[in-house]
Design a protein around this ligand. Sequence first.
Ligand code: GRF
Length: 190
Amino acid sequence: MAKPNISIFASGRGSNFKAIIADQSLTCQLLVSDNPTAPVIEIAKKHHIPTFTFEPKQYADKASYEQAILAALKKYEIEWIFLAGYMRMIGPNLLNEYTGKIVNIHPSLLPAFPGKDAITRAYKARSEQTGVTIHYVDEGMDTGPIICQQPVPIHEQDTLETLQTRIQKTEHQLYPKVIKELINVKTLVE
Ligand code: GRF
């Protein structure tokens, strides 16, 4: 059975994107980014992955730029969308077209610490643990049904940086695994 085509949406650094494309069982057909200067675009170019980049301010509204995204997704026959540090809410255009096929990764144990700066807020709250959540995307901010969660401990001697590193490592292991399960791809290499 052919693998379904997937698109990754990212706005920044792209370490999750890198981890996903490093998995030999996965291929990404299209990177979508709302930030033309994001480092993630260079990673895609280096790996010859097509990109669709747009600047929201050049469109009248969210509906218009999401129409442009949809056209790109159709061109590459994309079936699943995985958000990896995409800093925008998904609007009804995309949600209706890709119902149950848009997934996000968030660096906390949702519903704790939704939204921006989740790691910093968990660190400052002196929680004993935080974690990583992978969830379906709905119209809310990190509110969609949870697919899987992995706790990450916060040690007393942690700095924000050591905690960030531990969370990122967890994300990079978890996201490719979950993507493969969702799209039913057999793991080629462990
Ligand atoms: C990750 O922590 C992810 O959970 C969050 O945004 C961050 C993206 O990091 N949604 P990167 O660009 O993949 O390095």
